[in-house]
Design a protein around this ligand. Structure first.
Ligand code: ZN
Length: 288
């Protein structure tokens, strides 16, 4: 199956009261693990690519080529969107050109008027090509590719202004942060989430920083209108832990244990397990 926009899968998720996971990719193992798990779970999936990861994987065209190749060679039939995560305006243009099926423009660091101007322009361009577009209001805390936010809560009025431009989905800061959550984290602001959804009507909402949010909060967020949840750090942590275990047990020193296909296998399996667990939690299993 060819890459699809995230629009239909998120509208279905919204109507069905579940969420689709966005799992960020970093290399071939990541991509293969996520695609095969989605296929096994019969779940729609969104592959996230940050600008940093795109650069690491030798450019957006390389990413598009790798993902399209896997869709064909691995016989992936579930809906898959390839999505630019926290894109700059220039990054968005480059990904539209390269063949991504979904774009996030993160204009949250601009004054609202400039965020609106640039988002408007991208609504026009993505519509022309049938791509989905995610916008962000209120910066999401933590650090992502060197951009540090403080975890503020979005202004519901500003969310409405951006939603009304015709974006497909909206990320609003509701106290969530990227990376590991600190011990003294105050939790998600469901008050903000409810207010944002009230102002934006049927707009699918996106929850960034899905790693480490307690399960009951995830479920409540889905109940209140979140239809896309981004997971990145959790796959990195499980991959690292499994790889560490393999090396600490000296398995790379036994036989041909140094073969990268063996060395990376436990990390690959760990990513699969994390993705499966998240799809079950988000309720997207069997919804392809
Ligand atoms: Zn994010």
């Amino acid at each position: 199956m060819k890459l699809v926009s995230a629009k239909d899968m998120l509208e279905k998720a919204k109507a069905g009261h579940y969420a689709v996971g966005q799992f960020n990719i970093n290399n071939l193992e990541w991509t293969k693990a996520i695609l095969l798990t989605a296929q096994e779970m019969n779940s729609p999936v969104i592959l996230g690519v940050s600008e940093g990861a795109g650069k690491y994987m030798a450019g957006y065209k390389t990413v598009v080529g790798m993902v399209n190749g896997m869709l064909e060679c691995l016989n992936i039939t579930v809906p898959v969107a390839l999505h630019l995560d926290h894109g700059s305006y220039e990054g968005a243009l480059a990904c539209i050109e390269a063949g991504f099926s979904s774009i996030m423009f993160d204009g949250s660091h601009y004054p609202i008027a400039e965020n609106i101007e640039k988002t408007k322009e991208l609504v026009r361009m993505t519509r022309e090509k049938g791509l989905s577009l995610e916008a962000e209001v209120g910066s999401i805390g933590g650090e992502e590719d060197g951009v540090v936010g403080m975890g503020e809560c979005a202004d519901p009025e500003e969310c409405k202004m951006i939603a009304d431009l015709g974006v497909t989905m909206l990320a609003a800061g509701i106290g969530n942060i990227h990376g590991k959550y600190p011990e003294n984290w105050a939790g998600l602001s469901f008050e903000t989430l409810a207010a944002v959804q009230e102002k934006t009507g049927k707009m699918p909402l996106v929850l960034h920083g899905g790693t480490g949010i307690p399960e009951d909060m995830i479920k409540k967020a889905i109940d209140l209108g979140v239809s896309k949840i981004n997971v990145n750090t959790e796959c990195q942590l499980s991959f690292a832990a499994a790889t560490r275990k393999y090396i600490e047990e000296g398995k790379d020193l036994q036989g041909k244990g140094f073969d990268p296909r063996k060395l990376l296998a436990p990390g690959y399996e760990a990513i699969k397990a994390t993705v499966k667990e998240k799809m079950e939690l988000f309720g997207s299993v069997g919804k392809a």
